[in-house]
Design a protein around this ligand. Structure first.
Ligand code: NAP
Length: 234
């Protein structure tokens, strides 16, 4: 039977690359989007996929999305935002915005899709963290904390859901060539490449392959973090 996956934040970047890969592999793909409706609908049309709008930081929208999507074998919690602030200049709103999407959004989506996985005693959840969630980044304290939270959530849920046959794993990418890094100056980009043993930024397709690898609903892998980062964080 055709397997199904819902990918949050699949209108662009890593999520869109993952949607393409799952679709190539013959999966039913559901693309979640928030602001980028045109991109999401055009990708869905290209892939013969479904697209569902939901701001993942709003639990009512997430619950409505889960009801519309129905049963899925795999949930990929990919949607996220970044933010650059010195901590002493960070407002309550800046902090809350990053946490509400990057961490609370993962909680809302996981909670909404879990009942059907528990009923079927199977499924896989792949959470997208960041290498900064492992080692921390200056001027990105909220982002780093939210992504460290995603790793903690992954490990706790792997223990909680293993007996129900559900795998929960995490991909913690290094610097990847997407819109998220568009604001980097050429100098900052070059510095990142120089610091990276493999000497370049990663591609969304490389992260999609790691996500796909962890989407095996029969594997012995759970509670693990894979960090495709070109060797920057080892
Ligand atoms: P991106 O190109 O900026 O795309 C972000 C995606 O998240 C978009 O599809 C966006 O959808 C979605 N999104 C944002 N807020 C949302 C919300 N409230 N509800 C639903 N969707 C929302 O970023 P990316 O590089 O592909 O990043 C994807 C994930 O990888 C993120 O979790 C990011 O933290 C993580 N990551 C990225 C890098 C990197 O270097 N790029 C490194 C490590 C980890 P709309 O446009 O439709 O709003």
């Amino acid at each position: 039977m055709m397997k199904s996956v819902l990918i949050t934040g699949a209108s662009r970047g890593i999520g869109a690359a993952a949607a393409r890969l799952f679709s190539e592999k013959g999966w039913r793909v559901i693309i979640n989007y928030n602001r980028s409706e045109t991109e999401a609908l055009s990708l869905a049309a290209e892939l013969g996929a479904e697209a569902i709008h939901a701001d993942i930081s709003k639990s009512d929208e997430v619950n409505a999305m889960a009801a519309a999507a129905g049963s899925v074998d795999v949930l990929v919690n990919n949607a996220g935002i970044c933010g650059f602030h010195m901590l002493d200049a960070m407002s309550d709103e800046d902090w809350d915005r990053i946490m509400s999407i990057n961490l609370t959004g993962v909680f809302y989506c996981t909670r909404a899709f879990l009942p059907q996985m528990i009923r079927r005693k199977g499924g896989a959840i792949v959470n997208i963290s960041s290498m900064w969630g492992i080692c921390g980044a200056a001027c990105e304290a909220a982002y780093s904390a939210s992504k460290a939270g995603v790793i903690g959530l992954t490990k706790a849920l792997a223990k909680e859901l293993g007996p129900s046959g559900i795998r929960v794993n995490c991909v913690a990418p290094g610097a990847i060539n997407t819109d998220m890094n568009k604001m980097l100056t050429l100098e900052a980009r070059n510095a990142l490449c120089e610091e990276t043993p493999l000497g370049r930024l990663g591609t969304p397709e490389e992260i999609a392959r790691a996500i796909y690898f962890l989407s095996d609903t029969d594997s012995f892998i759970t509670g693990q973090v894979i960090s495709p980062n070109g060797g920057l964080v080892i």
